[in-house]
Design a protein around this ligand. Structure first.
Ligand SMILES: Cc1cc2nc3c(=O)[nH]c(=O)nc-3n(C[C@H](O)[C@H](O)[C@H](O)COP(=O)(O)O)c2cc1C
Length: 377
């Protein structure tokens, strides 16, 4: 990994390592994919306005969120099918996050179960919930609670699945179907294929362990369709089921943020799901300051973070910590555990250097006066 200096370098390595079908799953957006570049380019619309002659000899990236301290203002975003990228992908990410002192979010669509990850070591774990059926959701909440997860992340931007054309074209599905094209793709990426053959098709482990559910719940499981009727009343009900920290992921409007806060939600994740749902959806960075100003609860942000500078801009505009999605998955794909650790190191160094150059020695010194929207972008 001596030639890796940025997340983009990991991206190129991931592209070489993964079969096209898997890289497309990781990389792709929905429909025409206009949102992918918009998310990344949103950060370039903001310029830094550095403060000079500040003592930045000691820069600390430590931060607090909802009463807990973290070493860095990052967390690992929930991503499904990490086991397809690397066998044991969920565990690798969880352990690297623990080592770095940041939270790891396990997806409902993970390839290791809630319990497997809880037993895989120390570190703070949050569980991301997709509601396929209320009974299943309730069971999963109880399992996450019993397993000691500190927070529940309810994803609200998937009432229906986004239309991912790359996945359609590639006939991407689990269990995998093998055509000539898939086999050729696999042969051209032998290192990934050997892993895959050794460990077998990844399973959605959280669903396997579900005990006898009613027929409706079973049908929902089989179709893997979301409960599109989930509304504010359902959120209030969920608030009653889950006594620990509750965060809602996918909020992009101030009025929704206000309503979440009124329902007792502890924090919000401003996100457009990495441009994988409705193409053309506004980039989270564009609404961050407005949402942060509308509520008293902490705001987290993801979608498009590829550099420490992106995190820095987000923190200046009101985010408490930021989520790493594809950035860390590229590293997981190309270099496994060492890659994930190196990726976190690179992002940390970039952020620390950026803070020093901006004239801030701690996260609490970051504010909106340190960035200005460019007239040129
Ligand atoms: C391959 C992949 C799988 C994802 N799976 C989930 C998921 O299971 N649950 C969820 O809430 N978000 C999921 N997301 C969205 C991420 O949590 C996050 O919002 C997004 O990756 C941020 O955008 P970025 O990757 O451009 O940084 C997924 C994203 C990717 C790229």
């Amino acid at each position: 990994m001596k030639d890796v200096f940025s997340v983009e370098d990991f991206r190129m390595r991931a592209k070489n390592f993964l079969p096209k079908m898997v890289f497309d799953y990781l990389e792709g957006g929905s429909e025409g994919e206009s949102g992918l570049s918009r998310n990344v380019n949103a950060f370039g619309k903001w310029n830094f306005v550095p403060r000079r002659l500040a003592d930045v000899s000691k820069c600390s990236l430590e931060t607090t969120l909802l009463g807990r301290g973290y070493s860095l203002p990052f967390y690992v975003s929930p991503t499904g099918l990490n086991g397809l990228i690397r066998p044991d992908g969920d565990r690798i990410l969880a352990q690297a996050a623990a080592k770095a002192g940041i939270p790891f979010v396990l997806s409902t669509a993970s390839n290791l179960s809630i319990e497997d990850i809880a037993a895989s070591g120390d570190g703070e774990r949050w569980f991301q919930l997709y509601v396929l059926h209320r009974d299943i959701a309730k069971t999963m909440c109880q399992r996450a609670l019993t397993a000691g997860y500190e927070a529940l992340i309810l994803t609200v931007d998937v009432p229906v699945n986004g239309y991912r054309e790359r996945d359609m074209r590639n006939r991407f599905a689990l269990p995998a179907t093998y055509g000539l094209r898939t086999l050729a793709d696999g042969l051209m990426h032998p290192r990934w294929s050997i892993n895959f053959l050794r460990s077998g098709t990844p399973k959605l482990r959280n669903f396997e362990t579900l005990e006898a559910q009613g027929p409706e719940a079973q049908a929902a499981l089989l179709k893997r369709q979301m409960d599109a009727s989930f509304d504010w009343d359902a959120l209030r009900q969920l608030r009653e089921w889950w006594p620990k920290k509750l965060m809602v992921k996918g909020v992009l409007r101030a009025e929704d943020a206000v309503q979440c806060a009124a329902c007792g939600v502890d924090a919000l994740i401003v996100s457009n799901h990495g441009a994988r749902q409705l193409d053309g959806t506004i980039s989270p960075l564009e609404v961050l300051a407005e949402i942060a100003a509308s509520v008293q609860i902490p705001i987290l942000l993801d979608s498009g973070i590829r550099r420490g500078a992106d995190a820095l801009t987000s923190l200046c505009l009101g985010a408490t910590i930021v989520g790493l999605g594809r950035a860390i998955l590229y590293a997981l794909a190309s270099d496994g555990e060492r890659g994930v650790e190196r990726c976190l190191e690179i992002l940390t160094d970039e952020l620390k250097r950026g803070m020093a150059l901006l004239g801030a020695s701690s996260i609490t010194q970051l504010d909106h006066t340190l960035v200005r929207r460019s007239n040129w972008a």
